[in-house]
Design a protein around this ligand. Structure first.
Ligand code: F1P
Length: 339
């Protein structure tokens, strides 16, 4: 019997196709608002849970693609909602929320508005309070996720946000739009083949490693595995792992390294270190690696950061089912956190 979570994971390529088809309409308001981006002092993102790591990934990508022209920060809903952060004059705060009803994210945007900050939203619910509060919102009502655990909503909002960021800086969208649905179908299939061999569900300790956007993907992997399978999982910048955390490596450790083009050779040395300590490693990268277990992708420039979350979603569900848990009914969690 396939769970809702498994179905929603498998539907991601077709959701990405729909986003490509409807991109002009969905993005037009937000795009025209952000187009002359240099006039803003900062473009920041805010969200909770998965939507916080989504905010992190989008912020890293905006800083990268703008080549320093734009300053972008990311915040959790609570740090803005309860006054730990100040607002910069002439900045924009973009709220990220599947439901559009998370109280901390809503409060964050309310505080921003009270301080004269322009507010935007990316949400899967155009009828939500967040969409209503924001000056401008980009709505993905085509994503109607039933599971508590965010999977296709995370990657769909990340894809839309990444498209808009790349569109603002006139990067080639045509090839990118065409490739993302295709590589996500391939990574679903390649993950199944690899995982039938590696059997991630037999491990007890998961480590996800990467930099920048790929660190955000790794953090999303941590909460996916934690929420669905109640199994220890942690994330670090790849080479940070050797500065202490590797002490926990054992033969039940499975590390997944989301390697990037710029320092992949160093990241592979980390992979070898983990294997020498008795752990197992999977490397996601553009090139074939010396590491036996790998998922090869056409990009290593961070533009595929949300696609790399898909194998981590699958690891969480496989582990959950192995433990006899229900991925559709994660322990202690609700679909929306309201107060
Ligand atoms: C944020 C969130 C989810 C989490 C759970 C509780 O929701 O933290 O990431 O999986 O569903 O809410 P949202 O603001 O994106 O709707």
């Amino acid at each position: 019997m396939t769970t809702k979570t498994e179905r929603e994971i498998s539907e991601q390529p077709e959701k990405f196709e729909k986003i490509v088809e409807q991109y002009e309409v969905i993005s037009s308001d937000l795009l025209s608002f952000l187009k002359d981006i240099e006039k803003f002092s900062e473009i920041d993102f805010v969200g909770c849970g998965s939507s916080y790591y989504l905010s992190m990934g989008l912020s890293f990508h905006l800083n990268r693609v703008s080549k320093g022209k734009v300053i972008s920060k990311y915040f959790s809903g609570s740090e803005v909602a309860f006054g730990l952060r100040n607002f910069q004059k002439n900045s924009v705060l973009i709220g990220i929320s599947r439901s559009g009803e998370s109280s901390e994210t809503i409060l964050a945007l309310r505080r921003a508005k009270e301080n004269g900050v322009k507010t935007c939203a990316i949400t899967c619910n155009s009828k939500s309070e967040l969409a209503n509060i924001a000056d401008i919102s980009a709505n993905l009502d085509l994503v109607n996720e039933e599971s508590v655990v965010m999977t296709q909503s995370f990657t769909s909002m990340a894809f839309l946000g990444t498209l808009i960021i790349r569109n603002i800086f006139d990067l080639d969208l045509k090839d990118y739009m065409k490739s993302v649905p295709d590589i996500s179908s391939k990574i679903l299939e390649n993950s199944k083949n690899l995982f039938d061999k590696v059997k991630p569900e037999n491990y007890e300790h998961f480590v996800f490693l990467g930099y920048d956007e790929y660190f955000a993907s790794s953090m999303e992997g941590v909460i996916k595995v934690s929420e669905t399978s109640l199994t220890p999982a942690e994330a670090y910048q790849t080479l940070e792992y050797r500065h202490g955390p590797k002490s926990k490596v054992n033969d039940k450790t499975l590390a997944v390294i989301l390697a990037n083009d710029f320092i992949e050779s160093e990241e592979e040395k980390m992979a070898k270190e983990i294997e020498q300590l008795g752990g197992s490693v999977i490397v996601m990268s553009k090139e074939n690696t010396i590491i036996k277990n790998r998922l090869v992708l056409p990009f290593g420039d961070f533009s595929d950061w949300f696609v790399r979350v898909i194998p981590l979603q699958i690891i969480g569900v496989r582990k959950s089912l192995k433990k006899g848990l229900m991925p559709d009914a994660p322990k202690n969690l609700t679909k929306v956190v309201r107060f």
